[in-house]
Design a protein around this ligand. Structure first.
Ligand code: TPP
Ligand code: SF4
Ligand code: MG
Length: 351
């Protein structure tokens, strides 16, 4: 039951990070998802990433919609701010909070049903606006919570557990992210923690909209032969274009790689992403080439994973709007009401 809190006790020798927190301090309540659900592995990766980044949990604001995936923010960062919104409406709630208080780290968690069907409009607009957030879509190709109907990300030709074939064309969330101007676009697999944790760390340190499409098998309704979102299918068809090593701003970057095989991306906050190239012909700084590569491999039946696109020096919505540095909720009455003379000047501009 979600109301059951995990016992706070832990072994005294448990490792702590730079701010003195153990990994347990980043956990949430006990998960009620099915045993083996991919979504639980993503929660574990979020916990690991935040622990390793020395993030203070109360500086994170987590948002979600409705679905098994959208339940997961309850299972990590129990001390963070949280808002479990309405089906498909997470992006607008997150955008509103971020506009009011830019001082927090924004993390949106959604599902393929939540993002690609009812919430598709909201999904694309938060990406094109450059909302400074990490948007994780836990993508299992079905509506898990409502018992396994095909979602809009299910591949044409894939089979449901009951044997029906999906005839609709799929919506590819990373291609959508690229088209909408997201400045950090990645795809990963819940069963590949080594790939997923650094991708989450990179996204959390990115300024601008970061979308992570994480294939996350639903063991109850979509893990059979004929599914293209099962553990076996993803393992057999995974085309990983690069491996990311996250280097925090405080650490010095060392040149310990072969030129041509590694690419270094400097992020706005001073951190680095060291990308070990697994495909020579893949360039994550080229949006158009990334789109073309994704389409080409998808037509060949492969699933491309890794950091697909990143824009160095990307700007976010607050920069676009030219808003003040601090959170709007900290504005004093004096700042909000500069007096009759100032109002006269403003009104004068419209006369
Ligand atoms: C307005 C509205 N329509 C429909 C539903 C029913 N519903 C609940 S969750 C869900 C789909 C969830 O799918 P997804 O986002 O992929 O999450 P998963 O459970 O697969 O992780 C639907 C259709 C709802 N809760 N609200
Ligand atoms: S129904 Fe599927 S998505 Fe939902 S908790 Fe179970 S395995 Fe996970
Ligand atoms: Mg789903």
């Amino acid at each position: 039951m979600t109301y059951i809190a995990k016992p706070k006790l832990h072994h005294p020798s448990l490792a702590t990070n730079k701010i003195g927190f153990t990994r347990r301090d980043y956990e949430g309540r006990i998960s009620t998802l099915c045993a083996g659900c991919g979504h639980d592995s993503i929660s574990a990766a979020v916990i690991q990433a935040c622990f390793e980044l020395d993030i203070e949990p109360h500086r994170v604001a987590k948002f979600s919609g409705i679905g098994c995936s959208s339940k997961t923010p309850d299972y990590f960062l129990g001390q963070a701010h949280g808002f479990n919104s309405v089906h498909g409406r997470m992006p607008s709630v997150l955008t509103g909070a971020y506009l009011a208080n830019r001082g927090l780290i924004y993390l949106g968690v959604s599902g393929d049903g939540d993002s690609a069907s009812i919430g598709l409009g909201q999904f694309v607009h938060c990406l094109r606006r450059g909302v400074n957030m990490v948007y994780i879509c836990e993508n299992n190709g079905v509506y898990g919570l409502t018992k396994g109907q095909f979602s809009a990300t299910a591949d044409a030709g894939s089979k449901s557990k009951g044997g029906e074939t999906n005839t609709d064309a799929p919506i590819d969330l990373v291609s959508m992210g690229l088209l909408m101007g997201a400045t950090y676009v990645a795809r990963s697999f819940s069963g590949d923690k080594k790939q997923l944790v650094p991708l989450i760390k990179g996204a959390l340190s990115h300024t601008g909209s970061a979308i992570l499409d994480v294939i996350s098998p639903c063991v109850t309704f979509n893990n059979h032969a004929g599914s293209t979102k099962s553990f076996d299918f993803v393992r057999e068809h995974n085309d990983t274009v690069n491996r990311v090593d996250f280097v925090p701003a405080t650490a010095e970057i060392t040149v310990d790689y072969e030129p041509g095989t590694t690419q270094v991306v400097r992020q706005h906050d001073g951190s680095y992403l060291k990308l070990a190239k697994l495909r020579d012909d893949y360039d994550p700084s080229n949006r158009i080439a990334a789109l073309a590569y994704l389409q080409e491999r998808q037509a060949a039946g492969e699933l491309v994973t890794g950091l697909l696109y990143v824009e160095e020096g990307a700007a976010d919505l607050h920069t676009h709007l030219g808003t003040i540095e601090g959170p709007l909720n900290k504005l004093t009455e004096k700042a909000l009401c500069p007096g009759a003379a100032a109002l006269e000047v403003v009104n004068g501009e419209y006369r």
